[in-house]
Design a protein around this ligand. Structure first.
Ligand SMILES: C[S@@+](CC[C@H](N)C(=O)[O-])C[C@H]1O[C@@H](n2cnc3c(N)ncnc32)[C@H](O)[C@@H]1O
Length: 263
């Protein structure tokens, strides 16, 4: 009886305290249920096959940029178990769920990596993390990747396409059902900033708002990414659609493979 009373109180208080949260603070709890399958698919058909193709040495150090709840780290542990895995993310709520997926987790922005020079062989970034960086910050992140990679090291990342952000999500709403409520997404493209602003709202079973978060993702054109990469000292080795071997601008997701050049 007492336990039920406490749990009802906690639940009610949470959803009466409507607040705008940092991205991936409220969402962290429901991330696996809502987005886990899609994120895992992106890793399985995008990032992991590219990583297998470059054949990292057995003792390689791999850094997961925007590790989230550790979906990539767990897949790496299964498919490339000899690698040392480091997960980096700026969201404490997401990273708290990722600790068993990596040898080490670092709470940090990926544009200022707390890693030594030439300390990693491979950097991976799954499920559109790099779209969260404004273009100058993406350039800074690529320079950090260059600094922390050993010569000849690789970055493999998937990005949501400009087509998805500018057209498909121009003004797009959807609702996801959960056991104890719903999650409402509204995506709106802002031409002036060339970015998509997504408002995520969690409601409980009584339709009371528990929290809202705003996620901002920037459109990155292919030639823009190539220029940023070149300026950072990274060479674009290949880019393809997530689901295909070739590149088409209308795909929703592209997978990029970059290599650190000697300066
Ligand atoms: C779409 S989630 C992807 C999570 C994970 N890679 C996956 O595949 O499930 C994006 C993640 O990037 C993180 N993120 C966004 N911008 C970041 C930044 N500047 N520095 C560090 N992490 C960032 C968010 O906190 C979030 O966990």
């Amino acid at each position: 009886m007492i336990k039920n009373g406490i749990s009802a109180f906690v639940h009610e208080r949470r959803c009466n305290d409507t607040h705008a949260a940092e991205p991936y603070s409220g969402l962290a709890d429901d991330y696996h249920t809502l987005l886990g399958d899609l994120a895992e698919h992106t890793w399985r058909v995008g990032v992991l096959p590219e990583a297998a193709q470059i054949r990292p040495r057995r003792s390689a150090v791999v850094v997961d940029l925007g590790a989230g709840t550790g979906i990539g780290g767990r897949l790496l542990a299964t498919h490339m178990p000899s690698l040392t895995r480091i997960g980096v993310d700026r969201s404490p709520a997401m990273l708290a769920l990722a600790t068993n997926a990596y040898d080490r987790t670092l709470l940090a922005p990926i544009e200022a990596l707390p890693l030594g020079e030439e300390s990693a062989d491979l950097m991976l970034s799954g499920f559109d993390t790099l779209n969260y960086l404004p273009i100058p910050v993406l350039g800074q992140c690529l320079r950090e990747v260059w600094r922390c990679l050993r010569p000849g090291g690789w970055l493999i990342a998937d990005l949501s396409s400009p087509h998805l952000l500018r057209r498909h999500w121009r003004d797009h709403s959807e609702v996801q059902e959960l056991r104890d409520g719903t999650v409402h997404w509204h995506h709106r493209y802002e031409p002036a900033m060339d970015r998509c602003v997504s408002v995520v709202e969690r409601r409980d079973a009584a339709n009371t708002t528990c929290w809202t978060e705003t996620h901002i993702q920037y459109a990155v054109d292919a030639d823009q990414l190539q220029e940023l990469a070149a300026a950072a000292g990274m060479h674009v080795e290949r880019v393809r659609d997530l689901e295909r071997d070739h590149y088409s601008p209308s795909a929703f997701t592209h997978v990029w493979t970059l290599q650190k050049k000697a300066r």
